[in-house]
Design a binder for this molecule. Sequence first.
Ligand SMILES: O=C[C@H](O)[C@H](O)[C@H](O)COP(=O)(O)O
Length: 231
Amino acid sequence: MDAASLKEKVGQAAAAEVETGMRLGIGTGSTAEAFVRALAVRVGEGLRIVGVPTSERTAALCRDLGVPLATLEEVPELDLTVDGADELDSRLRLVKGGGGALLREKIVAAASARMLVIADASKRVESLGAFPLPIEVNGFGIVASLIAIEKAGSLLGLTGCLALRKIGESPFVTDGGHLIVDASFGRIPDPEALSAALHAIPGVVEHGLFLGLASAALLAGPDGIEHVAPH
Ligand SMILES: O=C[C@H](O)[C@H](O)[C@H](O)COP(=O)(O)O
């Protein structure tokens, strides 16, 4: 089965878990888009939900497909967030932000009673870190922040290159107006320590390590959908 079909299957499986009346956080990325498409079919059949999108991109798709939306200000407590991931480990610790939406994704996930991760099974890893860690930074003092991120990594034995994310020649700008640094640290033995060290840097707005947020995952593989709980 190709990657698009796996995403479609897992998007449908997640949409099947949505119950009428739910307040949903709606993730960003190609897998989350498959979920939105499947959700829109159920909404067309009469499912009543309200969704809080985690990006302008997701909001636009939901509007196109008729999925009812609200802002997090209007609906600040959510029942369930469904979102993709770039990596997940056996404790359902995640790396997210490959699409640059990590800040709103984390705010929405933290406002949700449950977070269901959807991905193809290739996203499961022994240790986080093969996927470069996206770090959202304020544009002010970017060089100082890069130096601080490098030092924070190095104190934890993590070395590797930092790259300012670009689209063509221009820096990638997030929905919040910030920049993204992709940190190729390699294997991250202690994600909690790295999270704390990055949060201590004033120019770091947020980072793509999602720790203790995911409640369950649906992973699509050639043999079907696997339900995974953290352990
Ligand atoms: O910023 C983007 C998100 O964190 C995505 O959920 C993540 O990058 C996974 O995206 P995809 O489902 O396209 O692999």
